[in-house]
Write a protein that binds this ligand. Structure first.
Ligand SMILES: Cc1cc2nc3c(=O)[nH]c(=O)nc-3n(C[C@H](O)[C@H](O)[C@H](O)COP(=O)(O)O)c2cc1C
Length: 157
């Protein structure tokens, strides 16, 4: 099965989960870059505003066409109780072009359920599986949580 892992990550936590999934399955990987700069305190505010207002920031051109893949695994940090705005842009751009999807997210505390619902709505597909990590679980002793990543990979294989 041809698999693509797509993610956005502002501070590297979601990236770490994406790369861990990629190390367990044969998959291409694509990071989504926004044209909005989210660095620093001002960037944090911009990120929160874009997400809560459901804005679609411009994103850099992607290298992989998701319709070429049997499965696209999409990862996002939670921003303002939903997906990060660059992932909203990505899903909107390719809505209806996904064959199968699975979702994962990282978050400080909550918002994953709502994010996954919104991601299913926008992508036009129900996920084959979902996976949530809290930021602190990834930042510290992530190896202890590897079984959850393996279970997720089993479900999407
Ligand atoms: C603008 C903004 C809004 C956020 N809102 C939430 C939230 O609603 N719920 C939550 O649990 N975490 C929230 N967070 C925390 C991030 O989801 C969390 O730190 C995540 O692991 C960061 O992933 P990253 O390093 O891949 O960017 C927010 C972070 C940012 C930057």
């Amino acid at each position: 099965m041809k698999t693509l892992i797509v993610y956005h990550s502002r501070t590297g936590i979601t990236k770490k989960v994406a790369e861990t999934i990629a190390s367990l399955i044969k998959a291409d990987i694509e990071e989504i870059h926004s044209k909005t700069n989210y660095k620093g305190p001002l960037g944090y505010l911009k990120a929160g505003k874009e997400s809560s207002m459901k804005k679609l920031p411009k994103i850099e051109e992607v290298k992989k066409d998701p319709s070429d893949y049997d499965l696209v695994v999409i990862g996002t940090p939670i921003w303002a109780w939903t997906m990060a705005s660059p992932i909203r842009s990505y899903l909107s751009k390719f809505s209806g072009h996904f064959q199968n999807v699975a979702f994962f997210c990282t978050m400080g505390g909550n918002g994953d359920d709502k994010a996954f619902l919104h991601m299913a709505e926008i992508s036009g597909k129900e996920p084959k599986a979902t996976l949530t990590f809290k930021t602190k679980e990834v930042a510290k002793d992530f190896d202890e949580h590897m079984q959850r990543v393996k279970d997720f990979v089993q479900k999407i294989k």
